[in-house]
Design a protein around this ligand. Sequence first.
Ligand code: FES
Length: 900
Amino acid sequence: MSFAVRIDGQEGHEPPRPGQCLRTYLRERGCTGVKKGCDTGDCGACTVHVDGLAVHSCLYPAHRADGRTVTTAGGLAGDGGRPHPVQEAFARARAYQCGYCTPGFVMTAAALSPEQLADLSQSLKGNLCRCTGYRPIGEAVRAAHTRHGDSPAPPPVPADPAAPSVVTGAARFCLDHPEPAGLLHVALVHSPHRHARVLDIDTAAARAVPGVRAVLTHRDAPRTRFSTALHENTDDDPADTRVLDDVVRHAGQRVAAVVADSPATAARASRLVRVTYRVLPAVTDPEQALRPDAVRVHELGNVAGEFHGTVGDTGRGLAEADIVHEDTFRTQRVQHTAMECHASRAWAEPDGRLHLRCATQAPHLVRRRLCEVFGLDPGRLRATAGRLGGSFGRGQDVQTEDIALLAALRTGSAVQLENTRTEELTATTTRHPFHVRVTLGARRDGTLTAIKLRIVCDTGAYGNHGPSVLQVACTEAFAHYRCPNVTVDGYCVRTHNVPAGAFRGYGAGQLTFAVESALDELAHRLRLDPLTIRERAYLRPGEQAAFPGTAGRHPVMDTGLGRCLETLGRARARRLRTRPEHSGPRRLIGEGLAVATLYTVPADGHIAQAAVTLRADGHYELTTAVPEFGSGTATVLRRIAAQALRTAPDRVHLTGADTELLDHHSGGFGSTGIVLTGQAVAQACRALARQRDDPTPASGRPTAGSGRTSADTACRGEPPLPPLPSAHTGGHPAGTRLRAVATVSADDAVPCLAFSAQWFRVEVAPDTGLVRILDSVHVADAGTVMDAAQCRGQIEGAVVQGVGTALREELPTDAEGRITTTGLRTYLVPHFGEVPPTEVHLLRPRDQDEPAMPKPMSELPFNSVAAALANAVRDAAGVRFTTLPLRPDAVWAALGTGDT
Ligand code: FES
């Protein structure tokens, strides 16, 4: 039977496999602009044109493309290779961060009719973006179509060298690299029980399926216990996890891995694996798991970490208070929902070494951890990461890497494991749910006399990241308030729930929701303006933040928070003078605000290394091992390098994240990607500039050197220097190759405090419980902003993710502890039409004593959103919500009963 399809201008005749969808057919033909984000037509990452019509190619049977013309983002460019106007507009407006959703958005936008253009809320509903907050996407789409009418284009934002590849779909994410020969695929078997012992696994039927190469169980896996969490300091996380275990501790835990010629064969065979379990008693409530008689989740015990700290005398502080407010707050289990699912690929290189390509934020730590688990010499394993399709912390755990490596070692073949969206939602790490008991004491004027916190965080079945998340939560959320008496007692508890892990905010968001909500309630009871109580309470410049239980690490406040509150107050007053555009006569209108602080201290022992090489062509090659995952690290590091080298950013080229290229780097997460790695980059580049500018000819001394420069802070406060003339190489003849390396560690880091403040005006519909955002202002103290477009995008994206967490995202479980949300259709990531623009203010560094350096904005803007929204709902409806999310059914019920 003949088959013909025209793909991006090329005629093809190879028929698809039976049942194959168009997305897979196109990706197998190298169309990297066709992304996989789900299999259900919910995310739009796979959007292509079929005869000019935009379709979700994951739902489109490939055989129906017979006789048709298919265009992907890679083939959208016009004659002469000039990008399509929509692609140009996306690049000019920086309408992307990680860029994983971008080709799909481009294809949808390029096919819009004038009628569809007039209603982008509906027209772009089928494409999800987890990073940008949608504002720049809308601007790009409108600009692209306006330009057809000869209206002037908006001014471009500073160029990102990755833009052309992102908007055309050529940027390479984890699985976009050419497949190694003979690639096999893994499908996982997951436990349906939350606690059980595996008595037997019958793999015969699965192994009998043609194309199946192996079925791996705990008998094939190393017995070594490890933590999936990736930290430089291995003491941070308990070693309590096995690659495949004979005890399951949560529903969804991996029990077996089927390796086969194709994903479909592996999936079909995985359903034939028969596992016999002895079901055991389970505990899923963290408060119950704390009891001495509770079912033990793990031999190591149920408490994975504790934190206790005291400043002053809280009992006395409460006795001296004119008013005491106490409440308990609960946050829910949510998922990162990056548009790219976790994936890894392992294969042998021609020299016999193993290559592991994975969606990680820390390639060196993945290599180290897996070499320990599998007993490999580090020299035998190379780990690389491409661009990550969003992270939000998900890349700081071993998620699929261990199984891919196990399968490659056991089969001797190249192997790939790519999670399905259902696996992402039901069996990978989540945010830690928290219970927080807050007790605040205050005088009538709002002066805080006591803060008392009891925190229980549910780390799920394993302790990865749990103790560190608890520590961040126990210190940062209130560090900016003056209070002489503080007591914090925190417990990180194992339960038979799906494990939590690193997630944007790292515990601070949960605590900020609790503390900022309680403070707001205190303000209501004292009849104080919520801004006033915060203005009176925040620490002034020069005062030391009180971090109970963290001796010697008490940062000194600067002017950031005060200026955030000033700016927020002005914007709020201006906004409140306007009438809100509410959607109906019976709507309840209210406003609320909250603040958040981030202490930019890296994890203990964190190491950041950077190398820079002056190439023969006068350009520079910068190596950092920090993959780009949408936080803008790549552009900021290039600019730091360019400044130190006194050259233009487009002369600095960033290499990929690859363990071959640097001795060691602990990865890019938390505040380390920009702050610590930025210091290493600045030092390496300054060292290279000194070599370059040395008038001594290169002959007679090494032309390629490696210097371990000591950490210093000279880069802080330096004004930008003028760029050198092009191809400036000092006294060195053309062709000389100079290299400098710098390493800084957490001990060398200059920590600082970053601040943000968020304000919302909302309407609440009493008849439906729906909360709608009418107005939104975000103020951020981001230090020296190296890339305003990227920074603003980070903040807007964080606010939208915070809105999703506050209003509706959650992962409910059934009676057996199984997560019942299995797809994006029911997980409800905010989409284009639901998110109003946020007015973003970036404070300029003002005082000379403030560090002239960028402060990270990946996490901080998320942290205050849920509290600010809950405070606005309290103002509107008179009901204090203490449990997230504020779903319409919960709000509706509470408005009727007053029960939150
Ligand atoms: Fe849209 Fe990352 S830029 S998902």
